[in-house]
Design a protein around this ligand. Structure first.
Ligand SMILES: [Zn+2]
Ligand SMILES: [Zn+2]
Length: 157
């Protein structure tokens, strides 16, 4: 896509001033909303490596890259609306509520999600609830040293 074109995440800014520096690795997302937007935009652009890299590191090997790629290729993306961003939940968590609109097999669909994000080593990561999570009593996978239920698991009880 052209760098000066409006970013596909719907921020109203140019791609060059919005998701591009995140996609190229020149910058990391300043907050969970920026990360969420850049992940949506990466789906549209079929930048699957970025989807993987921005998921909690220990979950990355659980992601099915081929399935992600074929889904993003076979979907016509129609737009993103961020409904709510809670930038600080405790010290290392955030949530973003959004609706992504797309067309699949000619049918208009909406995906409404309240996503959770965690700060690890100064970077925001998406917690993917669709792959196996630790049990509530296990140490949290973000490395905080707390039990999962007292840390990232609080969003999945
Ligand atoms: Zn963007
Ligand atoms: Zn955690």
């Amino acid at each position: 896509m052209e760098n000066q074109q409006n970013c596909l995440c719907g921020s109203g800014r140019s791609y060059a001033a919005c998701c591009e520096p995140l996609h190229t690795g020149r910058q990391t997302a300043a907050d969970a909303e920026a990360l969420m937007r850049s992940r949506y935009c990466a789906y549209v652009l079929q930048h699957i490596d970025y989807i993987v890299e921005t998921t909690v590191p220990v979950q990355q090997h659980l992601l099915d890259k081929r399935a992600l790629r074929s889904w993003s290729e076979n979907t016509r993306w129609l737009g993103l609306t961020v409904l709510k961003h809670i930038p600080h939940i405790g010290k290392i968590h955030a949530q973003v509520e959004f609706v992504a609109r797309f067309q699949e097999d000619g049918e208009a669909c909406e995906h409404h999600e309240l996503s959770a994000f965690v700060l690890i080593g100064g970077r925001w990561y998406f917690i993917d609830p669709t792959v196996p999570l630790p049990t509530m009593k296990q140490p949290c996978f973000c490395g905080s040293g707390k039990k999962f239920k007292a840390c990232c698991g609080q969003f999945f009880k």
